[in-house]
Structure formats: structure tokens, C-alpha cells
Design a protein around this ligand. Structure first.
Ligand code: HEM
Length: 126
């Protein structure tokens, strides 16, 4: 099949790089989210999220080669994620999605996925 992937349609690696970089600028300055990240350097976490999203949307499968099966709910279990963490995460993603300014049907696909995924990561009752 020679169908164009979502990854290709939105501009490939460069677009995901900008998206996730902008998102982590928000995380770095966020009083709720920043303390959840175990490492002082957010660079490696930024790379993991970028590679995950690239793979999810049909790009290179580097995430899986390095990290194996995503199992994201399990990987988030050590971090308490309730309403406040969910809302902060999505707010920074909203900024980042606005920043990359995708054409409408693509932006909606990306945003709907992020909303669904963020919801599924909640693991704590407020
Ligand atoms: C990792 C927080 C939602 C994808 C992490 C880490 C934290 C975190 C603290 C550890 C940093 C690291 O060492 O990589 C949160 C919070 C969320 C959230 C507070 C709020 C809802 C999501 C969502 C996705 C996602 C919706 C996917 C769309 C990832 C990935 C990793 C990660 C791929 C790295 C997993 C690995 O390979 O170890 N997240 N996250 N997160 N998060 Fe989230």
C-alpha cells in the first residue's frame, strides 16, 4: 500500500519534534507536573514521548526498538495522575498542538487521540 501515513501528512519528524518540545517547555515550568518527573534532565523524557508519538502515527518504530511494548498505563502507574495532573498535561498539549498549526482534519485527529489517551492515564481519585 502506498497510502500516506498521518506521520508523513503532518510533516514527519520535524513536526513531532516541535510538538513535543513545546509541550515539555510547558512541563518544565509547571508546578503540578514538574515534580512528577523523576529525572532532573527532561531531555530523555522528551525523546521518549516524541518517539512514541512518531511510532503511534505511523513513523519509524524506534520507540519499540528501544523501549519495547508501550504499555503506557503500566508505565504511568508510579506517578499519581488525577484530575489536576490530567488537566495540566492536556493544557500544555493544547498549546503545543496550536503551535504546530495543522490543517483542520489532521489537528482534530491528533487532539481527539490526545484527549482519549490522557483520560486513560488517570490512576488516582481526587
Ligand atoms: C512518561 C506523566 C499522559 C506518554 C511519563 C513520565 C511521567 C508522565 C511523569 C515519566 C517520564 C519519563 O521518564 O519518560 C504523565 C502525566 C500525564 C501523562 C501526568 C497526564 C495525563 C500521557 C499520555 C501519553 C503519555 C496521554 C501518550 C499519548 C508517555 C510516554 C512516556 C511517558 C511514551 C515514556 C514511557 C517510557 O518509555 O518509559 N509520563 N503522562 N503520557 N508518558 Fe506520560
Amino acid at each position: 500500500a502506498d497510502e500516506v501515513t498521518f506521520y508523513e501528512a503532518v510533516g514527519g519528524e520535524e513536526t513531532f519534534r516541535r510538538l513535543v518540545h513545546r509541550f515539555y517547555e510547558g512541563v518544565a515550568a509547571d508546578p503540578i507536573l514538574r515534580p512528577l518527573y523523576p529525572e532532573e534532565d527532561l531531555g530523555p523524557a522528551e525523546e521518549r514521548l516524541r518517539l512514541f508519538l512518531i511510532q503511534y502515527w505511523g513513523g519509524p518504530r524506534t520507540y519499540g526498538e528501544r523501549r519495547g511494548h508501550p504499555r503506557l498505563r503500566m508505565r504511568h502507574a508510579p506517578f499519581p495522575i488525577g484530575g489536576a495532573e490530567h488537566d495540566a498535561w492536556l493544557a500544555h498539549m493544547r498549546d503545543a498542538v496550536d503551535e504546530i498549526a495543522l490543517p483542520e482534519p489532521l489537528e482534530k485527529m491528533l487532539w481527539d487521540y490526545l484527549v482519549m489517551a490522557a483520560n486513560s492515564m488517570i490512576n488516582k481519585l481526587d
